[in-house]
Ligand binder design. Sequence first.
Ligand SMILES: Nc1nc2c(c(=O)[nH]1)N[C@H]1C(S)=C(S)[C@@H](COP(=O)(O)O)O[C@H]1N2
Ligand SMILES: [Mo]
Length: 505
Amino acid sequence: MVAVGSAAVLGELLAGFFSPSLSPVTAVGGAVVDAVPPGVKDWAITVFGTADKAALLVGIALVMALAAAPAGVLGYHKRFAGTALIGLFGMVGLAAVLTRAQASANAAVLAVLTAVAAVLLLRFLVRRLQDWDAGRTPAPAAVPAGGAPSARRRFLQALAGGAAFTAAGGLLAGAWRGAAAIASEARSRVALPVPASPAPAIPAAAEAKVDGLQPLVTPNKDFYRIDTALAVPAVDPATWVLKVTGLVDREVELTFADLLAKPLTERHTTIACVSNNVGGDLIGNARWLGWPVRELLALAGPLADADMVLSKSADGWTAGTPLEVLGDGRDALLAVAMNGEPLPLEHGFPVRLVVPGLYGYVSATKWVTELKVTRFADDAAYWTPRGWSERGPIKTSSRIDVPRNGRPVKAGTVVFGGVAWAQHTGIGKVELRLNRGPWQQAHLAEGISVDTWYQWKLGVELTEGQYEVQVRATDLAGQVQDERSRPVVPDGATGLHTIRVDVTP
Ligand SMILES: Nc1nc2c(c(=O)[nH]1)N[C@H]1C(S)=C(S)[C@@H](COP(=O)(O)O)O[C@H]1N2
Ligand SMILES: [Mo]
């Protein structure tokens, strides 16, 4: 029971660190809730009231203990039997994880990891117990002096250590769950208003229609996540306020209810991380719903000498955004929703910033709680003293997604496809070249808007052989993307995405 308890707590702590949505216990609990007949649910609510979730957790813990005890007894006599029993329960847990709506590869990995940890810990404890018993069973004369007591002590120490870890870790994981559960509950109750300015419909011609291309709009569960938060901040929208402070005519405070009551704008915007390498995947396109930041700033009235907005998050992170960018008419939003859902906890629930055209580190503050109107000369954001540029406009870039680098393809017409982006300017042209030959113009799909990525494709007749393929984009202002290869530090990578394709007969 100590082995299984320690492993389960380990899984929950890892979920706390990476994402509450990965929690194996939550997945199993959710599956139980979905599986039991409505009558049982009603009964549980009548008996336990608002403690129904706690009762469910206690129930899960009891079932795990009931499964763990025989696994321990079996494992003592037949190593394989104990492993098999834990493996079986691990499979049940994995099945629960895989049937959840938020099922992801990472959640499955964590469930498997938890089961493996349980098996290893059980084997470790059983071996210590066997050492102790081995010292006890023979005739007293055969026991080496002091051997038996030390084997005994080693077993009890390991057992006590595991039990202490389970108790202390369980309390910590429980506290995290508690805060995350309040935020998740609140999130599930948010009624999103109808946008005053809906997102323009996605033109049918925006899809390049190439097999293997990533979806034009990135599903929330596949959206890249980057932040410095060790544990995902759990912010209760009921107590959330956004303060506008600093160099303003008047300070403004906004509650979540105030924000939802504003006329909201919905737009597709592709956000990207400054740490995205050429060809990398730290970029995603979503439909964001929010209130234009310029309207909030207009209420506060920035003073004439201000040139930066330092946005702060609930966990103390900061980004510095040029004031002029927030006021130039682009759809910089105080976003409350992503792809038609309240923001996922990992993506900034209840409110975050989204600014078309700027890397996330200078604009996209999640769990935002304050906008301080200030000056670049007076304030530095989180990443500035850590070697990153004060300003971070997104660099025009392009990527080949199909075929995948190094993947063999059949001779004949080979269809290449991918994306290109130049946020807030738009893409005008995408070209491909093979083995450093002439640039060939690709078919460029229609953009959703200049603030999103564009898909492209090009079919090329290829005979057997090895090809180096490169892509480059030109923005709508006629600027070709920077072809010089440069690292992500200090203000974003440049260079051409280059792949190798082996064409087979
Ligand atoms: N509070 C907070 N917000 C943050 C960050 C952070 O570390 N903390 N990272 C930023 C960075 S570097 C990026 S690229 C984007 C990523 O947003 P996403 O995780 O929703 O994709 O969030 C931004 N907002
Ligand atoms: Mo980033």
